[in-house]
Design a protein around this ligand. Sequence first.
Ligand SMILES: Cc1ncc(C[n+]2csc(CCOP(=O)(O)OP(=O)(O)O)c2C)c(N)n1
Ligand code: SF4
Length: 342
Amino acid sequence: MSAIPKTNRLGLPKAEYEGGKSTLCLGCGHDVITKQVINAFYEMGVPPYQVAKFSGIGCSSKTPAYFLNRAWGFNGVHGRMPSAATGALVANPELVGIGVSGDGDTASIGIGQFVHLVRRNLPLVYIVEDNGVYGLTKGQFSATADVGATRKKGDVNEFVPIDLCSLAIELGGTFVARSFSGDMKQLQTILEAAIAHKGTSIIDVISPCVTFNDHEGSTKSYKYAKEHETPVHDVGFVPYFEDTLAEIPAGDTKDVAFPDGSVLRFRGVGRDYDPTDKEKALRSIHESHGKQEILTGILYLNPAKPGFSEVLGATGKSLVNLPLDVVRPSREALDRVMESMR
Ligand SMILES: Cc1ncc(C[n+]2csc(CCOP(=O)(O)OP(=O)(O)O)c2C)c(N)n1
Ligand code: SF4
């Protein structure tokens, strides 16, 4: 008799959260992130058919095909994932949105879309799989490559990098995190909290490209990230449907509650870091560059700020399920508009 598979709170086995077989290079950081996305959605018990996946172009943007087969999906034009996600999630705010992008897709061609998405606080888990290069087009430097980093053939990057986390905090981002694909436990916790967050969650994940950017001289290699990763805290997450925070017992900790009752608990690890203090977060990230540290953890958090649909005064319901008399203006309302323009 075969063993009954373990299931989550919806009674679904992990297999229901998996996707197609990856075609990425063996050892690519992006595949490790895919695994944690599967784990996070499984643990959070999100119905796969309630999820909408979005991406642009790049090796990273291929990854939504490798998780949540039963979810909806839209693979957009290079750098334009936020537009597709905005349209879909405003039309149907009952969906749980996840976007996967690369540092090229986001920080180069898609930077204009990225900044407006963050300003609007659209509820979307936005993962940047950050390897410092354009992997799909054979390893040119991206806009997150550090000054002095070298490519495989030796040429040196001279351009100042864009720090997507600092930028997101400056723009009013409400959930800004950095992680490393090699730090699987931290990444899964951040992803679970991001799924619960009702605004844009920016998660910049250092995700080494083993084919074009994993050599000596790269600052996005496995070796460099392992040696320079500096977690700012231990982080534990209790979703609203659980009532104990086993991982990090209360004590010298800071709790931040989400509107749905979920709680994030932070324990400092040798530095004074408050993820709700915007100025301090920006200063810490800035200082970390000089010290060659890769700060990881939830760098800034403000769960109270209203999401995009709330600001628009939308119903919070999907347009397709609203009755016609709600979505269609009455003749009197249209007459009033016409009259006001005479
Ligand atoms: C409009 C447009 N310009 C350029 C390209 C070529 N192109 C494809 S993927 C890519 C960069 C991908 O890099 P990144 O987003 O960092 O993803 P990675 O492959 O490293 O995961 C580029 C420039 C394209 N597909 N479309
Ligand atoms: S080229 Fe780089 S980013 Fe693309 S799949 Fe291979 S290792 Fe990953």
